[in-house]
Design a protein around this ligand. Structure first.
Ligand code: HEC
Length: 252
C-alpha cells in the first residue's frame, strides 16, 4: 500500500523541478509496468497469429480460412500463456488489469470477425489484411471498449508513419526522439513516465519494437519503391526502431 501523500504530493514536489529542466520524469510504478507489459504481450501474441497465417490469408484459391475471432483468440491465448506462464483468463476480470486484458481479447475477436469477408474472399490474393493493420484495428477496438480507463496505440517514429491514425502525439514523439532512438538506449527497454493529462495522472508506457528481416520487404530498401501494399518503402534497416506499442494507464 503506497501512502497517497508520498505517491502524489511528495513525488510531484520532487519531480516537477526536474521535468521543468527537461532532465528526468518519474517512471511508471511496477504495477503499471506489469499491466502494460501484459497488454503489449497480448497484442503481440494475437498479431503473431496473423503473421504466421499471412500466406493462408493471401491465398486466392481458398475461401474460408478458418480464422474466426474465436480461432485466432484461442491461438493468441496459447501464445500469451507460453510467453508469460499465465492463462489470461485467470486474471480476476473485476480487477483493473483483468478488465483491460478482457477488453483486449474481445477486441481481437471483434477485429477478426469484422474482417471475415475480406479474409475469406476467393479470387483475391493480397487483401491488405496484414499484422500492422490488424494491430492498429485491435488498438482502436480496445480503446473504444475501455473509454477513459486506458489508451493504446501502435505508433512509430514520425518519419516512418504510414497511417495518419498512428501518428505519435507530443509525448510519444519526444519519448521516441529523446529516449528510444538514443544511441545509448538499451535495446528493448521500455520507456515510461508519469504525466498529467487534463488534470488526471496517467502512466504512459512505450514498448519499443525493432525491424526484423521480414519487415524489410515493405519497410526496407530501396527507399521510395512501392511495396506490395502500395506505400513507398522507408529504406529501414534490420534492428532499427520500427514501432512502439504505446499504452496509457490510470496509475495503480
Ligand atoms: C506487407 C508489407 C508490410 C510488412 C511485411 C510490414 N509492414 Fe509495417 N506497415 C505496413 C502498412 C501497409 C502499414 C500501415 C497500416 C495501417 O494502415 O494501419 C504499416 C504500419 C506499420 C506501423 C504503424 C505505424 C504506421 O506507420 O502507420 C508499424 C509500427 C510497422 N508497420 C512496423 C512494422 C514491423 C516492425 C514489421 C515487421 C515485424 C512490419 N511493419 C512489417 C506494411 C508492412
Amino acid at each position: 500500500m503506497i501512502n497517497p501523500f508520498v505517491k502524489c504530493g511528495l513525488a510531484a514536489l520532487l519531480v516537477l523541478p526536474l521535468i521543468a529542466t527537461g532532465a528526468v520524469a518519474a517512471e511508471a510504478g511496477p504495477a503499471d509496468l506489469a499491466i502494460a507489459r501484459n497488454l503489449a504481450t497480448m497484442l503481440q501474441s494475437a498479431r503473431a497469429v496473423v503473421s504466421v497465417n499471412q500466406d493462408l490469408i493471401n491465398d486466392p484459391a481458398l475461401g474460408d480460412k478458418g480464422l474466426t475471432g474465436a480461432a485466432v483468440l484461442e491461438k493468441a491465448i496459447a501464445n500469451y500463456s507460453k510467453a508469460t506462464g499465465r492463462d489470461p483468463n485467470t486474471i480476476d476480470p473485476a480487477s483493473y488489469e483483468g478488465r483491460l486484458i478482457q477488453a483486449q481479447m474481445d477486441a481481437v475477436v471483434e477485429v477478426m470477425d469484422a474482417n471475415q469477408s475480406t479474409i475469406n474472399a476467393k479470387g483475391v490474393g493480397f487483401k491488405g489484411f496484414i499484422p500492422a493493420t490488424f494491430t492498429r484495428l485491435v488498438a482502436e477496438a480496445f480503446e473504444a471498449r475501455v473509454g477513459e480507463e486506458a489508451s493504446m496505440k501502435f505508433t512509430a517514429p514520425p518519419v516512418l508513419i504510414r497511417n495518419r491514425k498512428a501518428r505519435p502525439d507530443t509525448f510519444e514523439a519526444a519519448a521516441i526522439r529523446d529516449y528510444l532512438e538514443a544511441a545509448d538506449w538499451p535495446k528493448g527497454q521500455i520507456y515510461s513516465a508519469m504525466v498529467s493529462e487534463g488534470g488526471q495522472e496517467r502512466a504512459r508506457i512505450m514498448v519499443p519494437e525493432y525491424y526484423v528481416p521480414s519487415c524489410l520487404t515493405c519497410h526496407g530498401a530501396p527507399a521510395g519503391e512501392l511495396d506490395i501494399t502500395g506505400y513507398p518503402k522507408e529504406g529501414a534497416h534490420e534492428g532499427d526502431l520500427g514501432g512502439v506499442i504505446s499504452i496509457g494507464l490510470i496509475p495503480q
